[in-house]
Design a binder for this molecule. Structure first.
Ligand code: SAH
Length: 332
């Protein structure tokens, strides 16, 4: 637009520092230029379709419409000492895991870097506006555990991550240590990510310690089986010195047998790793359900006896279809 260079800085500050996305409110820019700047550089990337909350307002799920009508969801979760945002990297997902609602309609498209970043910026704005129970706050953690397979949209996810970490006005100034990228296990991409110099946590959705079962639960296992994907994960841990998180959704009578806990422990032993068990969340049309509490306890116990650090995820947002594997972005 032929404007002086310092205008770019002002705009970045408005967006990333002040979280002011409406150009008409940029009072440090001449009024005549605000509309044109907005039209040229800040189209509405995310239009809110619906917002629902639970947990007394401390869990908020947002449904967004993108410029082309594609729908995605993000979830904000407030805990006593931190706020975590779960964001989407794709509209839909092509990985087809049978226990996850997102994959059932297939992949619509990759999100752009800006569409990913704006989910976090919108959450930060919501928090700053005191509209979330518990008073004003800041986004501490971001997990790429919403819709989509982040490593199948590699370039945008890495660029978005850099933008989240960069200090204002270049980015949102989040700590890289609070960011987790969760993947079905695209082994070559995990190795590539290890070389990006990003201090983020890698989460690997394992869900089974044997290829026979994992082929069914996480179909991409047919391409990159367990030994290959774990090798890539250990390379990630070696190069980043960051503990890899292994995600394991406990599904009753499917993957929760004691022998599978033992097998999992022996696969992981001796590595920089931590297991996060997720009680299976119900999804439409799925016959599977969460493990019984005593079966879950025994699974935890065996991992601990096997020397593996383990936690059970405190699942949020189940009653608003906002929990792990429930994001389907249905318009009604
Ligand atoms: N595609 C990425 C990130 C999205 S899902 C991945 O697969 O890692 C985030 C986590 O939720 C993954 O571990 C996924 O396997 C898990 N998940 C999917 N459906 C679930 C369900 N119904 N109950 C519990 N966890 C589920």
């Amino acid at each position: 637009m032929g404007l002086p260079r310092f205008r770019a800085d002002q705009i970045s500050k408005q967006v990333f520092e002040r979280l002011e996305f409406d150009p008409l409110a940029w009072t440090d820019i001449p009024a005549a230029q605000r509309v044109e700047l907005g039209d040229e550089f800040l189209p509405d990337l995310l239009t809110e379709v619906r917002q629902i909350s639970c947990d007394d307002g401390e869990t908020v799920k947002s449904l967004w419409r993108l410029f082309d009508g594609a729908l995605v969801e993000s979830v904000l979760m407030r805990y006593p000492k931190r706020v975590t945002m779960c964001i989407s990297s794709q509209a839909g997902c092509g990985m087809n895991c049978p226990f996850c609602a997102t994959g059932q309609a297939g992949l619509t498209r990759n999100l752009s870097t800006a569409e990913i970043v704006m989910q976090v910026a919108a959450g930060a704005r919501l928090l700053a506006s005191e509209k979330v129970a518990g008073g004003p706050g800041r986004v501490g953690n971001v997990v790429f555990m919403g819709m989509g397979e982040p490593l199948a949209n590699y370039a945008s996810v890495v660029a978005a991550t850099r933008r989240l970490i960069a200090d204002p006005p270049e980015g949102l100034g989040l700590s890289g240590r609070g960011i987790t990228i969760s993947t079905v296990g695209l082994a070559p991409r995990i190795r590539q990510l290890a070389g990006e110099g990003l201090p983020v946590t890698l989460a690997l959705s394992l869900h089974a310690p044997d290829d026979e079962l994992r082929d069914e639960l996480v179909p991409i296992n047919n391409r990159w089986p367990i030994d290959e994907v774990l090798d890539a994960a250990w390379e990630y841990a070696d190069r980043t010195h960051r503990r890899v998180s292994i995600e394991y959704a406990l599904i009753r009578d499917i993957n929760d047998q004691p022998w599978r806990a033992d097998r999992l422990a022996s696969l992981l032993r001796g590595h920089l790793v931590h297991v996060n068990l997720i009680p299976l969340n119900p999804t439409p049309g799925s016959k599977w359900t969460a493990s019984d509490p005593d079966v879950q306890d025994e699974f935890v116990r065996r991992l601990e006896v096997g020397g593996i650090a383990v936690t059970v995820r405190d699942t949020r947002g189940r009653e608003i279809d906002g929990a792990c594997g429930q994001l389907a972005a249905s318009p009604s």
